[in-house]
Design a protein. Structure first.
Length: 166
C-alpha cells in the first residue's frame, strides 16, 4: 500500500486549505532544469507534485499526487523522478513500498529533498504533525543507497538533497 484512504483524505484537506502547501520552490526548479540540461533528461515525473508547479514551468513533466484529484492517476516511469518534500510525509508503514515504487518509476535518475528531524509548522486535521517521519540523514541513507547509486548528497540543517542513478 502506498497511501491509506484516510491519509489521502487528510492530505487532500490540507492541500485545499493551504494555497502554498505543495508548491515547489523556484530554487529547486532551477536546479532540476540544470540537471536535465546537463544529463539530457527527456521525461520527468514529479512524484508528490502538490500544486503541480514543476509541470507548469517545464513541458516534459508528468505530475503525480494521490491527494490531488487532477494529478492522481497512476504515474508512468520517467528518465528523472523528482520527489521533493514528500518522503517525510509518507505513512511510516508505507515507506518501503513507496521507495520501491519510486525505484520502479525511475529510468535514469532520482532527485530527493527530504526534511529531517524538524517538526513541520503544519498539522493535519487529526492533530498529527504533517512530518510523519522525522529521522536524521543517517537513517535515510541506507534506504536510498540500497535502491540508487549516489550521484550527489548535500546535507544542511534540517534537510538533505539526494541525487541517485539507477
Amino acid at each position: 500500500m502506498l497511501i491509506s484512504d484516510g491519509y489521502r483524505q487528510l492530505n487532500a484537506e490540507i492541500h485545499g486549505e493551504k494555497p502554498t502547501w505543495g508548491v515547489l520552490p523556484m530554487e529547486s526548479i532551477k536546479l532540476i532544469k540544470h540537471l536535465c540540461e546537463k544529463t539530457k533528461i527527456e521525461s520527468i515525473l514529479d512524484y508528490g507534485c502538490g500544486k503541480g508547479r514543476l509541470g507548469k514551468v517545464l513541458s516534459c513533466v508528468q505530475s503525480y499526487d494521490p491527494a490531488v484529484p487532477e494529478f492522481s492517476l497512476p504515474p508512468k516511469p520517467a528518465d528523472l523522478v523528482v520527489c521533493t518534500s514528500v518522503l517525510e510525509h509518507i505513512e511510516p508503514e508505507c515507506l518501503d513500498e513507496v521507495l520501491d515504487d519510486l525505484k520502479f518509476l525511475t529510468w535514469k535518475m532520482i532527485f530527493f529533498v527530504v526534511a529531517t528531524e524538524v517538526d513541520s509548522k503544519n498539522f493535519l486535521s487529526d492533530g498529527r504533525n504533517a512530518h510523519l517521519i522525522q529521522e536524521p540523514f543517517e537513517w535515510w541513507y541506507p534506504k536510498l543507497t540500497s535502491r540508487w547509486k549516489v550521484q550527489l548528497i548535500e546535507v544542511v540543517d534540517g534537510a538533505f538533497t539526494f541525487v541517485g542513478k539507477t
